[in-house]
Design a protein around this ligand. Structure first.
Ligand code: GDP
Ligand code: MG
Length: 178
């Protein structure tokens, strides 16, 4: 293989309807198409960052299967992921609760608690309806040693790009330490 090429597996988590698929599609295609369906899938994109080829593998997960009220993160997902993005909708407090539950589950199950995580508050374009303050999101991230971004998958590509690139930096740092 190409020694300059780095593979990074990124798992997107969070409640239903928070914009996991919108963020994934925005990152992969730079576009926002509005409706996404509920397909659980892994997508790839190769980027050149600072002269290095990065292959992003992105697992756009489903929070609950049909008929279930909630779901837990599978062992397969936990094993697979090099980094995680936990998404909530800043206008939906229950989705913020889901992020906290999923964080607890990751911390309980994952042996090296060092898996890098970024918490993303999505739908910033709707922030006049917000029910979770930026301060709350930032405090949760700080207390859990996670990154934190507020973005709008609907409005901007750049903020979404920053999230994925920051996570790759964190994954590379983690690998260098191990
Ligand atoms: P998922 O279930 O977490 O994958 O959520 P989706 O990506 O399918 O998005 C759920 C709904 O929220 C869709 O109708 C999207 O168009 C909408 N949505 C996603 N991101 C944003 C955003 O940043 N702003 C707004 N206003 N709507 C968004
Ligand atoms: Mg989806």
């Amino acid at each position: 293989g190409n020694p300059q090429r780095v593979e990074v597996n990124i798992l997107l988590l969070g409640a239903h309807n928070v914009g996991k698929s919108a963020l994934t599609v925005r990152f992969l295609t730079r576009r926002f198409i509005g409706e996404y369906g509920d397909i659980e899938s892994v997508y790839s994109r190769v980027d050149r960052i600072d002269g290095q080829e990065i292959c992003f593998n992105i697992w756009d997960s489903q929070y609950a299967q049909a008929g279930e009220k909630s779901s837990s993160i599978s062992d397969k997902q936990l094993q697979w992921a090099d980094g995680m993005i936990l998404v909530y909708n800043m206008c939906d407090r229950s989705s913020f609760d889901v992020v906290q539950q999923q964080l607890q589950q990751i911390r309980r199950s994952r042996k090296p608690s060092s898996v890098p995580i970024i918490i993303v508050a999505n739908k910033r374009d709707l922030q006049r309806h917000r029910s979770v303050s930026g301060e709350e999101g930032r405090l949760l991230a700080l207390s859990q040693h996670c990154g934190f971004f507020e973005v709008s998958a609907a409005e901007t590509y750049h903020g979404v790009l920053l999230v994925f690139h920051r996570l790759v930096d964190l994954v590379k740092e983690t690998r260098a330490i191990r």
